[in-house]
Design a protein around this ligand. Structure first.
Ligand SMILES: [Zn+2]
Length: 254
């Protein structure tokens, strides 16, 4: 078998090292307008701190909403497409550290020494993946008791949705006993402990950065199929949508 054959989308047997994954993703980002999005957001971050010189602006979050298209990935790197489709959580981890290093390189060239201590926790990458085809193995059927391990297409009937609610993108914590320690966290259910004195830390509540999400209640498409199905209960599913993904259209379709 030729080793030059590109892997098929459903062939998830190609394992890469973390470094190889990141190089593939870096090449992909540099070949698309996504690199420009990263550069622009970093420039905004640098300019805001340069104008204000406030220490809290040096700890501000850099939130990146990046849209990936199935077609682009298929044309440029099938290996990357397989990695994203079958290992989305690992992909997100790799992407976050790669994008952090790209931002660090841009910041390094700026003259603001305080910004050179940029933390990885300040970088928040949110991917939106579009165009996944309706192929066998990629369509998630709600009815059976099985859940997809990777990305999947959900074809469903929207039954209800909540008003936008808020979640914490980033919060900054300090030690009240004067340890000079700061901690950047995402959503937390209780105050983190200071790693120096182990006492609970307090939050700079004014620096908390929030995002929006909605919850959708959906039913499987077969629940409205023709002819009607009687004497059968269909199970609903709750879908969590963050950021700008949820867009209401005039036709009430999503
Ligand atoms: Zn402390």
């Amino acid at each position: 078998m030729s080793t030059n054959q590109p892997p098929s989308l459903l062939d998830n047997s190609t394992f890469l090292t973390s470094f190889a994954e990141q190089k593939l993703l870096e090449n992909f980002l540099r070949g698309t307008k996504l690199m420009k999005v990263i550069e622009d957001k970093t420039e905004q971050f640098i300019n805001k701190y340069t104008a204000s010189k406030k220490p809290e602006d040096a700890r501000a979050p850099i939130v990146l909403d990046l849209t990936l298209h199935y077609k682009d990935l298929k044309e440029r790197s099938q290996t990357l497409l397989c990695f994203l489709t079958f290992e989305p959580i690992e992909f997100l981890d790799s992407a976050k550290y790669l994008i952090y290093s790209l931002i660090k390189t841009i910041v390094k060239d700026s003259s603001n020494t305080i910004l050179k201590t940029l933390h990885c926790e300040q970088v928040h990458v949110r991917f939106r993946f579009m165009g996944l085809p309706l192929e066998e193995g990629l369509v998630y059927d709600i009815t059976p008791n099985s859940y997809p391990g990777g990305l999947a297409v959900l074809v469903c009937v929207l039954c209800a949705y909540t008003e936008p609610e808020f979640y914490t993108i980033q919060s900054i914590w300090y030690c009240t006993t004067g340890c000079q320690t700061n901690l950047i966290k995402k959503e937390v259910t209780k105050a983190p402990n200071c790693y120096n004195c182990a006492r609970p830390m307090s939050e700079y509540s004014a620096l908390r950065c929030m995002g929006k999400y909605r919850l959708l209640k959906v039913f499987p498409i077969r629940s409205v199929s023709t002819p009607r199905v009687f004497n059968k209960i269909f199970r609903s599913q709750i879908v969590h949508l963050k950021g700008k993904i949820f867009k209401k259209k005039k036709t009430n379709t999503y």
